[in-house]
Design a protein around this ligand. Structure first.
Ligand code: CAA
Length: 291
C-alpha cells in the first residue's frame, strides 16, 4: 500500500501543521475546511513557518516553494476522495468527526486509509461507524507539528497490519518517530501530560503558587521548555478540559477530575492564546499572568 497523496480535513492549529510537514516530505496534499478564511490563513501561516525554516537553513528556498506548490485547498470535502490517506484534524467533537466521515466515505477509493488526529476520542468507536474499521487508525501529531518529533499511532480493535505499516512508513518519511499506543482514553502523551497540567491548575486554585511561580518552577526546576500553565494556554484550555473529561469519564477515577478553575476559565471564554487570554493575557507586548 503506497501512499502518494494525503487529504487533510481541517485547516486549524493542527491541520495546517500536518499539511506543512506532509508537503515538505513530498506528498501531494489536499486540505479542506468549512471556511475559505481558515484555508487562506492556514496557507499564509504555512508560508511563514516555512520561511522561518528557510531562514534557519533547515529547508532550502526551492524545497519551500515546491512544498507550497504541492498543497491544494478546497471547500469541498469530497475532493479528498482521490487521496490515499485521510488525516482528519477537525474540531475535537465526536459528532463533528462522525459527520465528516459519513459525508466523505462514499467518495473514497476502497483502499484509502482513514485516520483521525483525535487526542482522546476512542479510535475503535470512530472506526466502527465507518465502512472500513480495518483501515482506520489514530494518527496523533503534537503541537507545533513542524517542531515536535513524535506521532502517536493508535490501532483500533479492528485495524489490520498493512494499515498500521503504511502509517508507520508515512511517519518515517516525515522524519518523525512513532510511538504505538493502545486505544484507551487519551492514549499515552495526554494521559500523562493532562493530569500534570490539571494538577498545575489545582496548585493555582489552592493558592500554593501563582501563575508565574508555578511556570517558573517547572521550567527552571524540571527543565520543561514551557511551564504547565503556559503550555495549557498554547494547547487551548477548552482542549485541556475536554481531554480531562474524557479521562474522568473513560477511566471512572476521581484522580482525573478537572479542576473547577480550569472549567471557570473555559466558561469565561478565556481559552488561551487563541482567544488572547487564558492563564496569561496576550493582548499586550508581553504575556501578563491573569492570577
Ligand atoms: N513551524 C516551524 N518551526 C517552528 C514553529 C512552527 N510552528 N514553531 C517553532 N519553530 C522552530 C523555531 O524556528 C526554532 O527553530 P531552531 O531550533 O532551528 O532555532 C525552534 O522551533 C524553537 O522555536 P523558538 O526559538 O521560537 O521558541 P522556543 O525555543 O521557545 O520553542 C517550542 C518553542 C518548540 C514550542 C517549545 O517551547 C516547546 O517545545 N514547548 C512545548 C511544546 C509541547 O509540549 N507540545 C506538545 C503539546 S501536547 C500536544 O500537542 C498533544 C495534544 O493532543 C494536546
Amino acid at each position: 500500500m503506497s501512499i502518494q497523496s494525503i487529504g487533510i480535513v481541517g485547516a486549524g492549529q493542527m491541520g495546517n501543521g500536518i499539511a506543512h510537514v506532509c508537503s515538505l516530505a513530498g506528498y501531494d496534499v489536499v486540505m479542506t475546511d468549512i471556511s475559505q478564511e481558515s484555508l487562506d490563513a492556514a496557507m499564509a501561516l504555512i508560508g511563514r513557518n516555512l520561511d522561518r525554516q528557510v531562514s534557519r537553513e533547515k529547508v532550502s528556498q526551492a524545497d519551500r516553494d515546491a512544498a507550497l506548490d504541492r498543497i491544494t485547498t478546497t471547500l469541498t470535502l469530497t475532493d479528498l476522495g482521490r487521496c490515499d490517506l485521510i488525516i482528519e484534524a477537525a474540531t475535537e467533537r465526536e459528532t463533528v468527526k462522525q459527520a465528516i466521515f459519513e459525508d466523505l466515505l462514499p467518495h473514497l477509493k476502497p483502499n484509502t486509509i482513514l485516520t483521525s488526529n483525535t487526542s482522546s476520542i476512542s479510535i475503535t468507536r470512530l472506526a466502527s461507524r465507518t465502512d472500513r474499521p480495518e483501515k482506520f487508525m489514530g494518527f496523533h501529531f503534537m503541537n507545533p507539528v513542524p517542531v515536535m518529533q513524535l506521532v502517536e499511532l493508535i490501532r483500533g480493535i479492528a485495524t489490520d497490519e498493512p494499515t498500521f505499516k503504511a502509517c508507520q512508513e508515512v511517519v518515517d518519511r516525515l522524519g518523525k518517530t512513532a510511538a504505538t499506543a493502545e486505544d484507551f482514553p487519551a492514549f499515552i502523551v495526554n494521559r500523562i501530560l493532562m493530569p500534570m497540567i490539571n494538577e498545575a491548575v489545582y496548585t493555582l486554585y489552592e493558592g500554593v503558587g501563582n501563575v508565574k511561580s508555578i511556570d517558573e518552577s517547572l521550567k527552571l526546576g524540571a527543565n520543561h521548555p514551557m511551564g504547565p500553565l503556559e503550555l495549557a494556554d498554547f494547547i487551548g484550555l477548552d482542549t485541556c478540559l475536554a481531554i480531562m473529561n474524557v479521562l474522568h469519564e473513560g477511566l471512572a477515577d476521581t484522580k482525573y477530575r478537572p479542576c473547577p478553575l480550569l472549567t471557570k476559565y473555559v466558561e469565561a471564554g478565556w481559552l488561551g492564546r487563541k482567544t488572547q487570554r487564558g492563564f496569561y493575557d496576550y493582548r499586550g507586548e508581553t504575556p501578563v499572568p491573569t492570577r
